[in-house]
Design a protein around this ligand. Structure first.
Ligand code: NDP
Ligand code: HSE
Length: 436
């Protein structure tokens, strides 16, 4: 019988527990696909006493994940601890130094240190599998790294955070509060240990930086991603989007153009009937625009233990079969440093919600400030309160503007002037409108 592949799993939380359980439950199927048995020989977590519902008889327990990574009982290390630094980084570095391949779901680690880890792994001749790090169970890494080898990619974009998509969908459909939806996403195991990474857009930014590297052959540049989260989105924004024929999604968008690589994560309005706009719940969806294949859309579960374990085990099977591709598709030493396209040069339409003091001349002054910057308005909607229909409201009223395509720097100048005029209360809500 062929020698088994001995796997050490560092981290036994939502994802690590699913990996161990599925490797046990589907041992026969996985052995057939891997060409050899795949067995868990070692695990690591902080709390040895916790019942995780796993059969761990005969499996070595390491309090220190780096000790697991250098253990002779392990041929391959699965890192599912999380975090860009600390125990996760030491574990992965130790495994590479010891000549052991690594499979990880850790997008924070790869977005921040992916290039140095890729160089070290390629010098050591070991693989790093990270399918699970982007879009959970959706095999987008393999598609970009292998399936689209013949294509130059101009844009990759989509829904990259299951927690945010789950929250926005439930707020919109079930009229629940942001806090209720976030608590439910945490209970279901979708959210990061610190959920501000999800709702602040940083988790999606990490994934986008990884996708940019794979798509454009550039070094991961997590600091170059423009990031806004979903915490300022209100039920009124979702309602207005519906009236105007859009849906609001947190999108990660990376494009390569003459100005350089533009990477941005922010709430976006998408035409309701576009492929990505229709994606609900924890589902992730990524569209890749390749010059040979055209537009390709992949969608599926973006978070959760079993979906993520599915991607991890696919990487393990590849490694068991001896498949080793350069970590980011081309050798790490050939990745180029990306030129960052500044956000000010971004062109597109905008949804702007202002809280306007309801008095004569306010709307005219707002329209004038827009016109001064050459911004053309496609629609203006004012929401007065029903009982005060015949006279101005004592409270500020919501005014929603939709612009034709303009440039971000011009829009910001117009909004600064509107704020300085004193006709509005609070900070304008700005949501970019994305083409399908
Ligand atoms: P959890 O918080 O559920 O699990 C983390 C695990 O790591 C726990 O078992 C914890 O131990 C262990 N751990 C933490 N610190 C140490 C340490 N110093 N030494 C040893 N073990 C340690 O996280 P998830 O399973 O949700 O996520 C794991 C990784 O997968 C992260 O990188 C995350 O971004 C990524 N990911 C998660 C997805 C999801 O849907 N949850 C989807 C895609 C990727 P203990 O249990 O004893 O506390
Ligand atoms: N917290 C992440 C999400 C997990 O909600 O998408 C998957 O990376």
């Amino acid at each position: 019988m062929t020698e088994p592949l001995k796997v050490g799993v560092a981290g036994l939380g939502t994802v690590g527990s699913s990996v161990v359980r599925i490797l046990n439950e589907k041992a026969e199927l996985i052995a057939a696909r891997a060409g050899r048995p795949v067995v868990v020989t070692a695990v690591s977590a902080r709390d040895k006493g916790r019942d995780r519902g796993l059969k761990l008889d005969g499996v070595a327990w390491h309090m220190d994940p780096s000790q697991l990574a250098r253990s002779r009982d392990v041929d391959l290390v699965v890192e599912v601890i999380g975090g860009a630094n600390g125990a996760a980084k030491s574990c992965v570095e130790t495994a590479i130094e010891a000549g052991r391949p690594v499979v990880t779901a850790n997008k924070a680690l790869l977005a921040k240190h992916g290039v140095e880890l890729a160089r070290a792994a390629e010098e050591a001749g070991v693989a790093i599998g990270f399918e699970a790090a982007v879009a959970g169970g959706v095999p987008v890494v393999k598609v970009l790294r292998e399936g689209l080898s013949a294509n130059g990619v101009s844009r990759v974009f989509g829904i990259l955070n299951g927690t945010c998509n789950y929250i926005l969908t439930r707020m919109e459909k079930d009229r629940l509060s942001f806090a209720e939806c976030l608590a439910e996403a945490q209970r279901l195991g979708y959210a990061e240990a610190d959920p501000t990474f999800d709702v602040g857009g940083h988790d999606a930014a990490h994934k986008l930086a990884i996708l940019s590297s794979l798509a454009f052959g550039v070094e991961t540049d997590a600091d170059g991603v423009y990031v806004e989260g979903i915490t300022s989105i209100t039920p009124l924004d979702l309602e207005m989007a519906e009236e105007l024929g859009y849906r609001v999604k947190l999108l990660g968008i990376a494009t390569r153009g003459p100005e350089g690589v533009e990477q941005r994560v922010h709430p976006s309005m998408l035409p309701r009937d576009s492929a990505i706009a229709r994606v609900d719940g924890v589902t992730n969806a990524v569209e890749i625009d390749g010059d040979a294949v055209g537009a390709l859309v992949l969608a599926g579960p973006g978070a959760g233990g079993d979906a993520t374990a599915s991607a991890i085990i696919a990487d393990i099977v590849d490694i068991a079969r001896g498949i080793r591709t350069p970590v980011f598709g081309i050798p790490a030493v050939q990745l180029t440093s990306p030129t960052r396209a500044p956000m000010g040069t971004h062109e597109g339409g905008y949804y702007i919600r202002l809280s306007v003091l309801d008095r004569p001349g306010a709307a005219a002054a707002i329209a004038t400030r827009m016109a001064e910057q050459g911004i053309s308005l496609r629609s203006i909607v004012q929401r007065g309160r029903e009982p005060d229909f015949d006279r101005p409201s004592a409270d500020p009223v919501a005014v929603v503007l939709i612009t034709y395509a303009t440039n971000e720097a011009a829009l910001r100048r117009a909004l600064d002037a509107i704020e300085a005029d004193g006709h509005i209360d609070g900070v304008p809500q700005v949501i970019r409108i994305e083409k399908r």
